[in-house]
Design a binder for this molecule. Structure first.
Ligand code: BTN
Length: 243
């Protein structure tokens, strides 16, 4: 299937633009990039800082057959795809923070927001995969955690947003059919290899569960090894933080 690529100067949110294109019946796989976003969305209702010209704001509309169940693990699969693409571009030490943050040793490099568009017909579901990556990010107002950028970590590289986008789009289009065919199984090891929580002391938010990070299970749930056994943490509201 062909890509329907749109590159915009400014948009509210590239995810929102993909949703509009799907609703309008655009043919092909919708891919939208923008130089800046006026209402960039992050996970859990947060704002995604989206200054002009500095970063990658990319969204793709993806279709899956087999009902909503196939979506378990999709955001982890996308994290692996982005990490693969960055490694191919020469970025060292790309880490993943469950469920789907892209990390470098000095902080968060990017994030992925998967939004469910709905069921096209029986069993055919459409999702929007939005990827935000700090490329030249020079300032971040109101960001409450350490963040990184490609230009800071690899200052000698002349980072081209379009080149990065091409590598990520390729990696996503490689990963999606594999995920559709065989599910999450093949992605567990490549995800786990980059797990920044592995072996670290953790707690699930709320403090009810405390232990040590020990990777993901077959379904992509994060697991914490506690004194009384291994506890799976489900995707959703729960987040993990280093104690
Ligand atoms: C996160 O909270 O970590 C996920 C951030 C996802 C941001 C990207 S930027 C492109 C796409 N459009 C949006 O409005 N959000 C995503």
């Amino acid at each position: 299937e062909e890509l329907a690529l749109t590159v915009l100067d400014e948009v509210d949110s590239t995810n929102a633009e993909v949703i509009r294109q799907i609703t309008a019946g655009t043919r092909g796989i919708p891919v939208v990039m923008a130089d800046c976003q006026t209402s960039g969305r992050g996970r859990r209702g947060r704002v995604w800082q989206s200054p002009r010209g500095e970063n990658l704001y990319l969204s793709m509309g993806l279709t899956f057959h087999g009902g909503f169940g196939v979506l378990d693990g999709l955001s982890l699969v996308l994290g692996v795809a982005v990490a693969n693409a960055l490694e191919r571009l020469g970025v060292p030490e790309v880490g993943l923070k469950w469920p789907n943050d892209i990390f470098l040793p000095d902080g968060k490099l990017g994030g992925i927001l998967v939004e469910l568009q709905g069921e096209l017909e029986e069993g055919v579901v459409q999702v929007i995969a939005g990827i935000g990556l700090n490329v030249h990010m020079s300032r971040a107002e109101g960001v409450d955690q350490p963040w990184s950028s490609l230009a800071r970590v690899c200052p000698n590289v002349d980072w081209s947003r379009n080149q990065i986008a091409g590598a990520i789009i390729d990696a996503v289009l490689d990963a999606v059919p594999l995920f559709s065919d065989v599910g999450f199984a093949d992605f567990r090891e490549p995800w786990q290899r980059r797990d920044i929580f592995m072996g670290k002391p953790l707690q699930a938010r709320g403090g009810d569960v405390e232990g040590v990070g020990c990777g993901i299970d077959d379904a992509g749930n994060y697991q914490i090894r506690t004194q009384t056994g291994t506890v799976p943490v489900r995707a959703g509201e729960i987040s993990l933080r280093v104690v």
